[in-house]
Design a protein around this ligand. Sequence first.
Ligand SMILES: Cc1cc2nc3c(=O)[nH]c(=O)nc-3n(C[C@H](O)[C@H](O)[C@H](O)COP(=O)(O)OP(=O)(O)OC[C@H]3O[C@@H](n4cnc5c(N)ncnc54)[C@H](O)[C@@H]3O)c2cc1C
Length: 482
Amino acid sequence: MKTAQEYKDSIREMKPVVYAFGEKVENVVEHPCFSPTLNSIALTYQIAGEKENENIMTVKSPITGKMINRFLHINKSPEDLMKRCELSKFLTPFHGACVGARCVGTGALNTLYTITYDIDKKYGTEYHQRFLKFLEYVQNEDLTCSGMVTDAKGDRSLRPSQQADLDVYLHVTEVREDGIIVRGAKAHQSGAALAHFNLVVPTTSMRENEKEFAVAFAVPPNASGIVHIAEAPAPNARRLADSDEMDFGNFEYGVHGSTLVVFNDVYIPKEMVFMCGEYEFAGVMAATFGTFQRLASSGCKSGHCDLTYGAAAVAAEYNGCEKMGHIRDKIVEMSFQSALAFGTAIAAGYKAKVTASGVYIPDDLLVNAAKLQASEACWVASKLATEIVGGIVCTAPSQKDFQNLEIAEYVDKYFKAKADVSTENRVRIARLVEYLVGQGSIVPTESAHGGGPAAVQKLGMRQANNLNYLKGRARKMAGIKK
Ligand SMILES: Cc1cc2nc3c(=O)[nH]c(=O)nc-3n(C[C@H](O)[C@H](O)[C@H](O)COP(=O)(O)OP(=O)(O)OC[C@H]3O[C@@H](n4cnc5c(N)ncnc54)[C@H](O)[C@@H]3O)c2cc1C
């Protein structure tokens, strides 16, 4: 298997065409909008090489007979699926960001494995054998494979064939003896520019007149005709400005690193094509992928929730509040929300169904419930963490304020909480919470703390809710004399 450094070096050599904030990116590996994501993906190599983590991170491949990274594994049992879910939950607190370029790939690899098998059975095609060769190669070389599903989609009320501009759904423009030409785009592609291969599958079902949209293939992100346009969320702009490490909360890993991936008449050699025109399989391919991805995502979001309550607990400690009743209740609530998501996802793996190809697919009902709960858990955790930590989540000073001798003393003195905790550490943990709860503006924290924190409002309500009078009414109604 590759080391983290070997992964980084191999991506450095690929030089895909990438733009960020309107500028061409010369070196994606060094660019502030991508290097943190590269660090996260590199962790999946580094941790896999650590003896104590080999059980969760690696598995013996039935295809190569060698130990491989679990992200590249084909799930042939419920236990495989449960371990895959656990892997995401385990890894997320290490990076607090996204390893989508590997994570989404597991779903795409498993989907292609099972659906190419079904297509061949129906049509006598050779997609499955082609795919197996590709799979063996990526497992042997320990390659990062991103999963490309989501099309640009244009007018959401229209089908692919009804769009004013057909390019909003990726499609085949030419079939040649030796391969195909494709055109269109895939949107929100996690870490696509930092992968060795992008695995492309359809985003939805297709009809007979939409055969050209029913296409699946593998392509390197630096193939001729591919252009990546980077996401530009507000925190990324800060990375391009003259900001300091302390101002980020999660400086080393905290960038998602997605791109809009434009395919300008890209040639895909035949051996990399895994579906071309078999429209009846497009819908099941998209749906199967969704099932795998929801399992992984539920584990990942449960891990995010865990990290959030870990960070909130540190902040509470620094504030001197860790033993207060409402703080403890909130931490327990976050762990409860996280456990519900993770437990449901594990159950989805446990109740998995086997397909004709031998691949196990998570239980539909449970995996969808798990993903819904995982999303709920993250939103609840964000709200509770913001309440626990205080207004400092959106009003913390910058590293430069600590360094300017005219004001450093004030910043240090008045942002300090407990005497034995440095102000810098208090600000650092607040910044991490700012990052974890996704603050791009003051709105969420302002709504939680402007006018006083939630616990104070609850106290005010306890005093103002006329409870004694209502208790009296209740006693009287129940016929209680004394
Ligand atoms: C951080 C992040 C990472 C991602 N990573 C990947 C990745 O690695 N690979 C990948 O392929 N995709 C990825 N995605 C894409 C993700 O799957 C999509 O964002 C998701 O499917 C929603 O699509 P959309 O963003 O285009 O929203 P839209 O489709 O525009 O949806 C917006 C709203 O409109 C509603 N809507 C849209 N169409 C209809 C309709 N026909 N009928 C009724 N309601 C409708 C939706 O339910 C939703 O409420 C990622 C997204 C994010 C945010």
